[in-house]
Design a protein around this ligand. Sequence first.
Ligand code: CU
Length: 119
Amino acid sequence: MLLAPLALVAACGGGDKGTQEPPSTTAVLVDTLFTFPSQWSSPQLTLKAGGTVVFMFEGGIAHNAIFRLNPGNPPLAGAPADIPPTVNAVVRRTFATVGTFPVNCTIHPGMVSEVVVVP
Ligand SMILES: [Cu+2]
């Protein structure tokens, strides 16, 4: 099998005029994740520290959310409390700690998003 060549953009740092590039995504204080039948509505959210994710559990299907990829691992430092299996309800979780937190529904393999928490 042939792999398509990647188009790479050379990033040469020669043009620095003393300003920093803004972040590529906009961090917000409130964002929403909906449940589609077996996936989250977005693969990634960028949240300001102290912000809230509103989890909209819809469609009559039970989903949960744990904030780590491996259910056997202990919770990540700074992660909010896991959300137990939930049907047709709204659950909010606050992310107070900077870091990257997977959002993993263990009922549906591969139903993973992540919350990137920035200062
Ligand atoms: Cu699910």
